[in-house]
Write a protein of this length. Sequence first.
Length: 233
Amino acid sequence: MKAVTEPVKHPAKFNADIMDVIAQIVFREVTSRDYEATYRVFDPFAGVGTIHRLRSTVLGVETFGFELEPEWAKQSPHTIVGDSRKIYAYFGEPLFDAIVTSPCYGNRMADHHNAREGSKRNTYKHTLGRDLSEGSSAGMQWGDEYREFHEDVWAQCVKILKPGGVFVLNMKDHVRKGAIQHVTDWHLEVLTGLGLEVEHSYWIEAKGNRQGENGDVRVDHETITVLRKPLDP
């Protein structure tokens, strides 16, 4: 008898509260249209494919994703193993009604040094069980490399988003050396600079990890922001 291989876990999946809000947003978008057609949703950082639950919760929705790490991507047939910096080269045109995603936050979950024996780590590397693939944003701390990477990906996402479509961003700020890092505002500044317009933001309670540096100081919420790509003139 073959041993059953457990799926490789992911340390930062969409949680149930986040998915409930996302499903409500997508449902409103689908039902507000005055025509019937498949509503296509894309996640450039799909992880283990939680976004694909929308296929069963919102009628008429198809979901697609990119994920660099094969162990996570293979957990859904709707996720492509690929680098999110190459999505426009792959699709080549505005195919999607919605981009729905939660990029890495640039916090200590990006740590990729070897853990001390007996220490507790909830990072992408330690959950995956190996070094991250080259070019993975999961290993990028908040800084220039992180910002350059996401500027590139967001520009490509806007290109594959249909006019009138929505960009739904799940993000959380974090604390470094006792100071809040306003990562969410930075992402929104980039996306509005690419022509998207903010429509609404939701706050979702999130306690976060309590281990490590700043363990007793945490941002207590995540945000979900809905932005829209204007219709062509």
